[in-house]
Design a protein around this ligand. Structure first.
Ligand code: UN1
Length: 493
């Protein structure tokens, strides 16, 4: 019998809602969890509950909040295998990668538990005598966090951990198709000693979440929205927040390029292309979109790449495979649509390009050679196991091609020439650049985020995310005993 999952608001289950089944994409007839989806009013109610709980939570000293983050990390670590197994069962992520995903939560907790004892402000010199200036980080209030299901536990932790550490309350809306994994993570957070109402989890459809957010923003009970998902939905959320004078933290799609220079170690480049193009079935926001390979090494690279893909193991995600099924029906349907784009092209891995035989949502890997820069396949994110290949002559041309899709999340270059690496770094409009490594696999304490269609310039992870979940407050303290006027009473020498 599948587990029944409810939203949890103020520490209590919300035992009603529209029935939804989260399925195992490797065995679509197997329900992992029966989920009750809440409506927009319930979402807005959760934001009110969070707002009431936040006032007390903000009064807990940051080092003590840091201890709660430490407990979350310990609890997650102690439950690593169980959580990873659930992630594999619910979204089909290969078990080894699911273990890595859980590791990423622990890494995030490790980083932020110490931040509870820093969370520094500054002392700033004044232009007047007997006056001191200070800055303080102040929690924003309530953060509404809406996350995708391809990283159902690690990416949410990038928001939840710093948001809570900074003294905010959170309403978290996970992807429905990853509800069981999200619920399990919620329970580990709650077990670490968070007061009721400080973290709430609400399962809801995309439409109800949008309407609920609009109600909450109008009520003034949400002060920061964090969203990881598609660029199209990110734009809608950005517009909604903009109408309420808020700037959300948006982590959107990517069409991440890999440039292969003529002096590159081709075996290394093939390994990187295989992992980031086809690992996780291409369903990371950092997945490789297009290989931009120098014309002199194109044939050699392509031959080795095709061979590596042909030898890759695809199948049951509990085993040792490169990738398993797509996340969910809706992703499979969308990916089928993308596959129609490739018909006019020459595919390098010939044969069936769609779903594999059998019941799981497994898809054949596809390499498409000779993708033109004006092609949809070159310009748009596909979120599936398909990689385009195109050629270039000069590094400037490669950089121009790499920037052309207008995303700007991750990128990579394979070269043994440091000059080329640095010129690529300064020319590419991407939040993340890898040299001789793939586009995927960012570490949990570097700034993560993108430009252009990949986001609004906000960054997650490490100390940079603190600017998402706190606002600077400036204080001046005049102990001169008179009214000193800035700009008018500047001290003379
Ligand atoms: C995502 O797909 O939303 O850098 C995040 C990576 C992972 C995170 C991906 N650490 O590929």
């Amino acid at each position: 019998m599948a587990r029944q999952i409810f939203s949890v608001i103020g520490g209590k289950d919300v035992a009603s809602g529209t029935a939804y089944a989260s399925i195992n994409p490797a065995r679509p007839d197997e329900t992992v969890a029966a989920v009750a989806l809440a409506d927009a009013a319930t979402f807005a109610g959760a934001c009110r509950t969070a707002a009431a709980a936040q006032r007390e939570w903000a009064r807990v000293p940051a080092p003590v909040r840091g201890r709660v983050i430490a407990s979350i990390g310990r609890l997650v670590e102690a439950n690593t295998e169980a959580l990873a197994r659930l992630v594999t069962e619910e979204i089909g992520k290969p078990y080894a990668e699911a273990l890595g995903e859980v590791r990423e939560i622990v890494d995030t907790c490790d980083f932020f538990l110490g931040e509870g004892r820093r969370l520094y402000g500054q002392t700033v010199p004044s232009e007047m005598p007997d006056k001191s200036l200070f800055t303080f980080r102040v929690p924003v209030g309530v953060a509404a966090i809406v996350t995708a299901g391809n990283f159902p536990v690690a990416v949410p932790s990038w928001y939840l951990v710093p948001a809570l550490l900074c003294g905010n309350a959170v309403v978290w809306k996970p992807a429905e198709y990853a509800a069981a994994s999200a619920h399990a993570l919620y329970r580990l957070f709650a077990a670490a000693g968070l007061p009721a109402g400080v973290l709430n989890v609400v399962f809801a459809s995309g439409a109800d979440t949008y309407d609920g957010l609009e109600l909450a923003l109008t009520d003034g009970t949400v002060h920061k929205v964090g969203f990881t998902g598609s660029s199209a939905v990110g734009r809608k959320i950005g517009e909604l927040c903009g109408r309420h004078l808020q700037s959300p933290c948006l982590e959107l799609g990517g069409k991440n390029p890999m440039v292969v220079m003529p002096d590159a170690d081709l075996d290394l480049a093939v390994e990187g292309a295989l992992f980031s193009g086809f690992g996780t079935a291409g369903q990371r926001c950092t997945s490789l979109g297009t290989v931009i390979v120098h014309e002199d090494v194109h044939d050699e690279f392509l031959g080795r790449f095709a061979e590596a893909v042909r030898n890759a193991k695809i199948g049951d995600p509990t085993g040792d495979v490169l990738y398993g099924p797509l996340l969910d029906h809706r992703f499979a349907e969308r990916y089928e649509e993308y596959l129609t784009w490739i018909r006019p092209h020459h595919t390098v891995l010939p044969g069936p390009t769609g779903r594999m035989d059998g019941t799981g949502l497994y898809y054949h890997p596809v390499i498409v050679d000779g993708v033109r820069p004006d092609d949809r396949l070159f310009l748009e994110e596909t979120f599936g196991p398909i990689v385009g290949v195109t050629t270039f002559g000069t590094l400037d041309e490669a950089i121009e091609l790499a920037n052309r899709p207008g995303y700007g999340l991750s990128s990579s270059i394979y070269t043994t020439d440091p000059k080329a690496a640095f010129r690529f770094r300064s020319g590419i409009s991407a939040g993340m650049v890898s040299v001789n490594n793939s586009t995927s696999g960012a570490e949990a304490h570097l700034p993560f985020g993108g430009n252009g269609k990949s986001g609004n310039g906000s960054r997650q992870s490490g100390m940079w995310v603190l600017d998402q979940f706190t606002r600077w407050q400036a204080m001046n303290w005049d102990y001169s005993g008179r009214l000193q006027k800035a700009q008018m009473d500047v001290a003379e020498i």
